[in-house]
Design a protein around this ligand. Structure first.
Ligand code: J2J
Length: 547
């Protein structure tokens, strides 16, 4: 296995193979098989292209051969930061075929995150778009290279704008000629790519997912969601996120021979038009986007849309309020499926035969019969059935450790290999999970995860900030927003000044605190640590609707 990763103990690996979960197929072979079975069916659609399975397969081969000519090969890491364009899928499969590892960055990431990912993984290449939504990824990539001394290759999907040091992906593909020959034969038990975790402490952790484990989660998910060749899935969220990639996501759709339509943004104006035009049957959203869709259709600007093709709206990434959940069928005319998943592995789904109230009020049950679930108190002891506790899990597609993070792994995993999710849940008698809160220091800003530590470190870089603590503030739309408490030095910077400072440092916009509060000192816990709980309560009291 890739150095810096934790394998499953052999007795577990054997069991997962015996039960048919790990089939020994690689992601590269998976696409080849689908290209044979579904050759001329449409696999992928974006703003201006429609690629058949055969075309996607050929492009992946050519790009793989071109990348190999650049010297990229088995075990190399390649940071991929692409919006929802067909190339995001092409590049991924090209890398899988070489045994090289995509490291997935979100389109919202900026210089700070991309520099970190490139240096931490010693990336051989970085793949970016040209410009998108007014942001120039090429300039950012060149700054990353100047700052970190790597990666050797910066590949651009689209126009390099004549900037030296950038290689158009199109040229890489052309140089790949007719393809094959370059493809390696990676071990299906080895790591296929590195997925980004939401992070709790410090910098984001990377999650090593293997061909075997990931394809199992994809197959199991596609089966639960009853996908088939008639499925037309709208990828409304950034395609590289674990949810639209594998739950069942675009890979689940490929596994069933359906069609994936990539949306440039998850907004109702864009997506509801696509649903009508492309006869979308399935899609997936985070709760704030789902609420915008509901309002846009329920007497809003999109009330005229014909959504009759839509069968299932999946909602996950953050807690979906039952009141909003109950509006889905009456307003959108489709079924709701709640999805509670994590890039580390475990994914829970409500099922299509669950009673309506179960679908509205729970976050589903595990995808696999071999997902092991434990709900424990703060001492790690199992709580009685139905009581609130922290969710721990272990199973055939839940990783046993983060990439190159031995110290963090000792905290994040139990001695017997359970992942401590940090989610506070209770189980219902039917085995469904209800997410009630969080024990981890993470802020869930409408599905986008913010690690307070990471933002605090950046804030401390400002000369006017003596100390900083970032906490969640409840918010009716996003679920949570971020509030930075700062102990200023002197007069202290205003929010606008701090926001500008953080942007300058290259931090993604969603991590920039929504609110800044100056205080003289922080409340401390018994052991002298900052009490984030007290800060959260203070901010809640100060901003309660009736305050
Ligand atoms: C409450 N909290 C939720 C839900 C995730 C499918 C769906 C989502 C993700 C994802 C994913 C939640 N209700 N329905 O990877 O494959 C919070 C929990 C969880 C964390 C994981 C998938 N669904 N969450 O959101 O890695 O706190 O994955 O531990 O981004 O999101 O975040 P992430």
């Amino acid at each position: 296995m890739l150095a810096g990763c934790t394998p499953w103990p052999p007795e577990f690996a054997d069991r997962y193979r015996e039960r048919g979960y790990w089939t020994g197929e690689t992601l590269g072979a998976f696409l080849r098989d689908r290209a044979h079975r579904f050759a001329e069916r449409t696999a992928l659609v974006d703003a201006d292209r429609r690629w058949s399975y055969a075309e996607l397969d050929t492009r992946a081969d050519r790009t793989a051969a071109g990348l190999a000519r650049l010297g990229i090969g088995a075990g190399d890491r390649v940071v991929v930061q692409l919006p929802n364009v067909c190339e995001v899928v092409e590049v991924a499969f090209a890398l899988f075929r070489l045994g090289a590892l995509p490291v997935y960055a979100l389109p919202a990431h900026r210089r700070a995150e991309i520099s970190y990912l490139c240096s931490f993984t010693d990336a051989a290449a970085l793949v970016v778009a040209d410009t998108r939504a007014g942001f120039d990824y090429r300039d950012m990539a060149l700054q990353v290279r100047a700052e970190t001394g790597g990666p050797e290759h910066v590949l651009v999907v689209g126009d390099t704008g004549g900037r030296p040091g950038l290689t158009p992906l199109e040229r890489v593909r052309e140089q790949g000629g007719a393809g094959p020959g370059a493809t390696a034969d990676p071990d299906p038990a080895d790591v296929a790519f590195l997925q980004l975790s939401g992070g709790t402490t410090g910098l984001p952790k990377l999650i090593p997912r293997t061909h075997d484990d990931y394809l199992y989660s994809v197959r199991a998910s596609a089966e639960i969601c009853a996908l088939d060749t008639g499925t037309v899935y709208l990828a409304a969220l950034p395609a590289v996120h674990n949810f639209p990639m594998s739950s069942p996501g675009f890979l689940g759709v490929f596994s069933a021979g359906g069609t994936v339509v990539l949306a440039p943004d998850p907004g109702p104006a864009t997506c509801l038009a696509l649903i009508e035009e492309e006869a979308i049957t399935h899609t997936a959203l985070v709760p704030p986007a789902a609420m915008l869709w509901l309002d846009a259709v329920d007497g809003g600007s999109q009330a005229h849309r014909d959504l009759s093709s839509l069968r299932v709206l999946q909602v996950g990434g953050a807690k979906f309020a039952p009141e909003a959940a109950r509006r889905v069928r009456p307003v959108l005319g489709c079924a709701l499926q709640q999805v509670f998943g994590m890039a580390e592995g475990l994914v829970n789904y409500t099922r299509d035969d669950d009673p309506a109230e179960t679908v509205a009020t729970t976050q589903g049950r595990p995808a696999s019969p071999d997902d092991e679930i434990r709900v424990v108190d703060s001492d790690g002891t199992d709580v009685p059935p139905g009581a609130l506790g922290e969710l721990q899990t272990r199973g055939p597609y839940t990783v046993r450790g983060y990439y190159r993070a031995p110290e963090h792994n000792a905290e994040a995993f139990t001695a017997d290999g359970f992942y401590r999710t940090g989610d506070l849940v209770r189980t219902t008698p039917t085995g469904h999970l209800v997410v009630e809160g969080r024990a981890k220091d993470q802020i869930n800003r409408g599905g986008e995860k913010v690690a307070p530590d990471e933002v605090e470190d950046h804030l401390l870089g400002h000369p006017g900030v003596h100390d900083a603590a970032v906490v969640a503030v409840p918010d009716p739309f996003l679920g949570e927003r971020t509030c930075a408490y700062i102990v200023p030095r002197g007069a202290g910077p205003a929010r606008g000044e701090l926001a500008g400072f953080l942007r300058e440092r290259g931090l993604a916009a969603y991590k920039i605190p929504d609110r800044v509060e100056a205080v003289d000192a922080f409340p401390a816990t018994g052991v002298g640590k900052v009490s984030r709980r007290e800060l959260r309560e203070a901010v809640r009291a100060a901003h309660a609707p009736d305050a």
